[in-house]
Design a protein around this ligand. Structure first.
Ligand code: SF4
Length: 351
């Protein structure tokens, strides 16, 4: 009997997944998709800023609308600080954009290590799990294949751990600031995602209820104000707003946020390896530790080799003139005007 009990004790019952319970007050669908109405009913208008061109175009566009409605005081720009894996100066830039727009700025940061440290940590957890499962099945744990630890399009834990989670904590703080409203607070969570970026983003809707982020105290509506915009529209908005943009675009990057994005295009990651060779070397080290390529089908070793070949062929990259990226979309004259406004630090918000 004792032996039987011990036998049962060694086989833990499978963990039941807790079904996520959404508060009954949370609506299924938004009551409106009209921008002015979305803004009017929001207690907080939260603008997610990576510091990149899409976030800044979204931020200046929404601030312009909010200013016309006299709602600028409800706007908060939030930047999820990713540490040294994002381009230098990104956090400062997001803060400067908020300052020039005249709105509150908040920085959130996930507790624990950065993306590289988390990838290593995740590898050892996956490895331990895989080996345990192999042993349980009577297989050799040394030959068991460990799932890739790097984030990917199908396992985008980087966004949820480093951005979404910390931003939800800020939502809790903002709602507490409002005190008792006698109803759930309304948060309008604005994102710079665009359909033109990728097929998965094209499938997103412009307005939806974020049910997982909502509860009995807050209802969160996700709004993608520039979902239908083209690249040209984004750059025209940057020229109109006069907000500074990150110089990585002038160097030729098409996206910002992490210098090396697992979802980034090949040209971007090779260029980033030319601009940040030391950081690229850290990714190579992590690739060896976690025994998997950084990108599906493309290793950082290969990226570094291509970057080196380009340096050997063309020499080191030369700093491009400020405004290079913008002038490709709005022309030299409009770019000169933009740069002059940038110098003055002046921003016209139609109030
Ligand atoms: S920029 Fe790319 S790698 Fe960085 S958090 Fe976003 S999806 Fe993940």
């Amino acid at each position: 009997m004792t032996a039987q009990l011990a036998l049962f004790a060694e086989v833990p019952a499978p963990k039941k997944k807790r079904a996520r319970c959404i508060h009954p007050s949370v609506p299924d669908v938004p009551t409106t998709t009209v921008p002015a109405e979305l803004l009017r009913v929001a207690d907080w208008i939260l603008l997610n800023s990576s510091g990149g061109k899409d976030s800044q175009a979204m931020a200046s566009h929404v601030c312009d609308l909010a200013a016309k409605l006299g709602l600028l005081h409800r706007v908060v720009i939030v930047h999820a600080d990713l540490g040294d894996i994002e381009w230098e100066g990104t956090r400062k830039l997001a803060e400067e954009q908020a300052r020039r727009l005249g709105v509150r700025f908040e920085v959130v940061k996930a507790a624990g290590g950065d993306l590289l440290a988390r990838t290593v940590e995740r590898f050892f957890k996956l490895k331990a799990k895989t080996e345990k499962e192999a042993r349980e099945q009577g297989l050799d744990p040394a030959t068991a294949k460990v799932a890739p630890a790097w984030p990917s399009s199908s396992a985008r834990w980087c966004t949820s751990d480093l951005k979404r989670g910390p931003i939800r904590k800020l939502m809790t703080r903002l709602v507490a600031e409002l005190g008792d409203l006698g109803r759930p607070a309304h948060i309008l969570n604005c994102m710079g995602q665009r359909a033109a970026e990728s097929a998965p983003r094209a499938k997103l809707t412009a307005v939806e209820i974020d049910r997982p982020a909502s509860n009995g105290k807050r209802h969160v509506t996700t709004w993608r104000p520039i979902h239908g915009w083209t690249d040209a529209q984004v750059w025209k908005e940057i020229a109109r707003s006069g907000l500074p943009y990150h110089e990585a675009y002038d160097w030729g990057m098409s996206r910002l946020s992490c210098s090396f994005c697992v979802l980034g295009c090949e040209a971007d990651v090779v260029l980033a390896a030319r601009l940040r060779p030391e950081k690229a070397a850290q990714y190579v080290d992590v690739e060896a530790k976690v025994r998997a390529d950084f990108k599906h089908g493309l290793s950082m070793r290969e990226i570094v080799a291509r970057a080196k070949a380009l340096d050997d062929e063309h020499g080191e990259l030369q700093r491009p003139p400020r405004g290079t990226a913008l002038s490709g979309y709005v022309g030299k004259k409009a770019t000169s005007k933009y740069l002059a406004r940038l110098e003055r630090g002046h921003l016209d918000l139609a109030v």
